[in-house]
Design a protein around this ligand. Structure first.
Ligand SMILES: *Cc1c(COP(=O)(O)O)cnc(C)c1O
Length: 421
């Protein structure tokens, strides 16, 4: 057992000014939605280059609001990459829409345009039309978004980016200008999460950035019970409500909505954290570069995920692909060995179509890219507060774990020296 400090696979970084910002709200007049929510939304929209941003209680609620704002219902079908967190598929399901899982690149875990085309073809063959696609920026990098948007446009699909991993990431179209993820240059809406394990945190929180102000209006309405308070700005109100418009207590519910509000407490933390995004991005990048350099010694048995040359990622995860068959160990054995050295690791993700709920609903699917990615992926520690020495410790212990004879009694190999283990 190691007596070195534990290295989790991810964690938040809270500094004194973050604490001060939250305390100031606690001492003020607003605890729930007050002026800081709007301030956070404006800062986020500005940072992403979006027309508007709407914040809410978590990233899952943000995905749900995005689906609602685009009018998804039980007649709709959403295309979702199989390698993602549950919420990307669950959010459209929460509107009643059906989900079709798309395959992903086995080396990057990203859904590319060809996978989207394949999913659309499968649907058309079954006599169904897709309504929306939700590309996921796995680990912080994105696929070729311009190509995905072109396929979506041709097939009449809306695009919601699940950018819960990718705040700060920049996408550069070949020949085009670089655009920030969240600007919605190649989508209708983009969703972020501020869960503590993500790049910046609000405690719990999420947001949707929008290209069009009208969509942001729908998001806000659905966030707050479906309620409208500003009757003057609301053109479709019922005749029965005409008389109430001028009253100070006026509120009207043209459609049912949710209570997905976030608080000023959360947004004060978010506003403070957002100011650190560039510093956090640089720190993550430096850690990733060191991992890449140090892990080269373990290639080809351990390799970083394939990089997309069009993406300038702010890395959320450091995921590697491990050839477990070649090293003669299971992923469970490697994870437990790392844990014995107090090093956390995680698997992102069990393909969603394998989950019992989706298997019951849609049957067993064959998505070979997703299966091949899942079979080899492991995420190593990456967070603010990690040092270069910590990266070295992870890589050295990973090399030991791979080389150590497995529980099955099979002799491992020493990967660093190349000698028999
Ligand atoms: C974290 C995450 C979500 C959900 O965000 P919460 O804030 O935890 O609800 C959705 N999609 C992806 C890809 C995520 O990583």
């Amino acid at each position: 057992m190691s007596n070195q400090p534990p290295l989790p696979y991810g964690r938040h970084a809270i500094e004194q000014d973050d604490c001060d910002a939250v305390l100031e709200v606690l001492r003020g007049d607003w605890l729930t939605t007050g002026p800081i929510v709007g301030e956070f939304e404006r800062a986020l929209a500005k940072r992403c280059g979006a027309a508007d941003a709407v914040s809410c209680i978590n990233g899952t609620a943000a995905l749900h609001l995005a689906c609602l704002a685009l009018g998804l219902d039980s007649d709709a079908t959403a295309i979702v990459p199989a390698v993602t967190f549950l919420a990307t598929a669950n959010a459209p399901r929460m509107t009643g829409a059906e989900v079709v899982f798309a395959d992903v690149d086995p080396e990057s875990g990203l859904m590319e345009a060809r996978h989207l085309e394949d999913a659309i073809a499968r649907m058309l063959a079954a006599g169904r039309r897709p309504s929306v696609v939700l590309p996921v920026h796995l680990g912080g990098q994105c696929a070729d978004l311009a190509a995905i948007a072109a396929v979506a446009r041709r097939s009449g699909l809306a695009v919601i980016e699940d950018a819960c991993h990718a705040l700060g990431t920049v996408y550069r179209t070949s020949g085009g200008a670089p655009t920030a993820i969240g600007s919605c240059t190649h989508s209708d809406l983009t969703v972020f999460s501020f869960h503590p394990v993500k790049t910046i945190t609000t405690g719990e929180g999420g947001a949707v950035t929008a290209r069009e102000a009208a969509l942001a209006q729908r998001l806000r309405q659905q966030r707050g019970h479906g309620m409208v308070r500003d009757g003057g700005a609301f053109e479709d109100h019922e005749a029965a409500f005409e008389g109430d418009l001028a009253n100070p207590w006026y509120y009207e519910m043209p459609e049912i909505g949710f209570n997905y509000r976030i608080s000023d407490i959360n947004c004060a933390l978010g506003l403070s954290q957002l100011r650190k995004l560039d510093r956090f991005a640089a720190l993550r990048r430096a850690l990733v570069e060191r991992y890449d350099r140090r892990l080269a010694a373990l290639a080809p048995l351990v390799r970083p995920v394939k990089r997309n040359a069009d993406a300038i990622p702010v890395w959320h995860l450091y995921s590697v692909l491990i050839d477990f068959a070649a090293i003669g160990k299971t992923r469970g054995e490697v994870m437990r060995c790392l844990q014995d050295h107090r090093i956390g690791s995680q698997v992102h993700y069990i393909p969603v179509h394998r989950q019992p709920y989706y298997r019951r609903r849609y049957g067993a699917l064959s998505l070979p890219g997703a299966e091949a990615y899942y079979a080899r992926t492991l995420s190593l520690p990456l967070y603010i507060g990690m040092t270069a020495a910590d990266v070295d410790r992870v890589v050295d212990r990973l090399a030991d774990c791979i080389a150590r004879p497995s529980a099955a009694g099979k002799a491992g190999r020493s990967l660093v020296t190349g000698a028999a283990g």
